[in-house]
Design a protein around this ligand. Sequence first.
Ligand code: ADP
Ligand code: DP6
Ligand code: CO
Length: 362
Amino acid sequence: MAAESCKDWVLTVTAQTPTNIAVIKYWGKRDEDLILPINDSISVTLDPHHLCTTTSVAVSPAFTHDRMWLNGKEVSLSGGRYQNCLRELRSRAGDVEGEEKGIKITKKDWEKLHFHIVSYNNFPTAAGLASSAAGLACLVFSLAKLMNVKDDHSRLSAIARQGSGSACRSLYGGFVKWIMGKEQNGSDSIAVQLADEKHWDDLVIIIAVVSSRQKETSSTSGMRETVETSMLIEHRAKEVVPKRIIQMEEAIKNRDFPAFARLTCADSNQFHAVCLDTLPPIFYMNDTSHRIISCVEKWNRFEGTPQVAYTFDAGPNAVLISHNRKAAALLLQRLLFHFPPNSDADLNSYVIGDKTILQDAG
Ligand code: ADP
Ligand code: DP6
Ligand code: CO
């Protein structure tokens, strides 16, 4: 490290990463440490300007240990997942030269240097909108930049996967598949892009934030309990998902909205059925979530062809994917009619660009 005696330098990198919402869900691990899933999954990455994480990482010889602040509060980095990501990145770090003061960090220096990490999610954390996906992808991406890690996105996805499974899919935009892989060491459990963000840009995603409260059962413990106790999960992972993955890839390739909507809704419903089949049962959706499903189902049936697909992650918040802008405008009207602001199940709304987010008041 050049300027060995001088400890007053800091190098920083800031990155922004969008969240992704699975349309064929990942739920269940075959290896808890490496985060290897029991089935493939497919997601759509949201527009980076809307639901995203912003993370700044800094390195300085003045830092005595690794520290992280999430949404303004210091959180512990001691968990195995953060440590696994940091270890993987340190082992791949390259030489870095700072622009000022002749700073030169060699590969070996990274073993001794520490980071300060500041991260902010512009959407509810741990509420079923995939904050762990955006958060861990952003952490790995920003540290990789800071440390001059030369690995491509697919290798980085395997590192992000070890922070949170769903994070591996946020390294790419558009439609992304997480291939479960076969290797015991997880080397082939990576994300690949199926289609980029321009491929199907008629789709409009509307997020109805039913509750921004932190969920009672984290995704990690929820899926562990499911794998331990559910009889349905094996059938889902082995029989149902492999077929759906093939059909979903086809639907995305052909921009076949009816097939896309049918598969997305069915997979969300089966994921929540599997949660209900867990002991003790896990209830991620609430009455408002169920009412949103009924509303969309009735409308789609009335129209004779799907206008909107719904999907719910591990939380009560609805992700609604409309066929086009016209369907999105009608959907918004319907939501505001059925869930008027200041009613029992109110969803106050605000609009950002061509994506719309309905957010709760509290
Ligand atoms: P979600 O449905 O929001 O993904 P999870 O239960 O999967 O909920 O994960 C939530 C956890 O992810 C948080 O408690 C925190 O540990 C981690 N996390 C969320 N956002 C970030 C972030 N920006 N940086 C680092 N870790 C994050
Ligand atoms: C319902 O990736 O949050 O959102 O790997 O334990 O961090 P860990 O879990 P996480 O699980 C996501 C589950 C899901 C479906 C999905 O994103 O595919
Ligand atoms: Co998560």
